[in-house]
Design a protein around this ligand. Structure first.
Ligand code: GRF
Length: 190
């Protein structure tokens, strides 16, 4: 059985979808065994209690100045990492250790609206301000640059004239929830 770690900084609605997709299968071929967050108060950590999954809270100094996290991930025998709204830049030691085994989800059609500072509502506000007629989500491998790793999967949705950043966000989130667990499963089985 493959073991997945989900890294998230916030609410964790994608984390929840991944957990229910894998951990509630009768004959699971993969399971989320660890939730990692950079925020002690992040709601995503509640999922650990709810689904009996171990959690780990990162300290900035340890994360960036040591490679201690790799030992923790080895201890949990983590095969695959899903970044689901994880807002810290991933240091090279982690990218290298999990090359082609760490993916990120981004709420736009990369390479549009990617890069440092482009996250959450900022993305949807920019899409709206530019009067784009479509948007979507991207799942990509994580490499050494923000949002620039090889694209694995994209899903699109149309933007209507009456859409606001809030309604655009909802459309994109629907796509994320629908596709992220399935794409992870395909990658794990390939
Ligand atoms: C998602 O929109 C994802 O694309 C981005 O962060 C958001 C996380 O949302 N990277 P949630 O915490 O999973 O609800």
């Amino acid at each position: 059985m493959k073991k997945i770690a989900v890294f998230a900084s916030g609410r964790g609605s994608n984390a929840q979808k991944i957990i229910t997709h894998f951990n509630q299968q009768a004959k699971a071929t993969a399971k989320v065994v660890l939730i990692v967050s950079n925020k002690k108060q992040a709601p995503v950590l509640d999922l650990g209690r709810k689904y009996s999954i171990s959690t780990l809270v990162l300290q900035r100094k340890t994360f960036y100045e040591t490679e201690q996290l790799l030992q923790e991930l080895t201890l949990f025998e983590i095969d695959f990492i899903a970044l689901a709204g994880f807002l810290w830049f991933v240091p090279d030691y982690l990218t290298q250790a999990y090359r082609q085994r760490m993916v990120n989800i981004h709420p736009s059609l990369l390479p549009k609206y990617g890069g440092k500072g482009m996250y959450g509502s900022k993305v949807h506000e920019a899409v709206h301000a530019n009067s784009d007629t479509e948007t979507g989500m991207t799942i990509h491998y994580v490499n050494e640059a923000y949002d620039e790793g090889q694209i694995i999967f994209q899903a699109r949705c149309a933007i209507e004239q009456q859409d606001t950043p809030t309604t655009i966000a909802k459309k994109v989130q629907r796509l994320e929830h629908e596709h992220f667990p399935k794409v992870i499963e395909q990658l794990l089985n390939s």
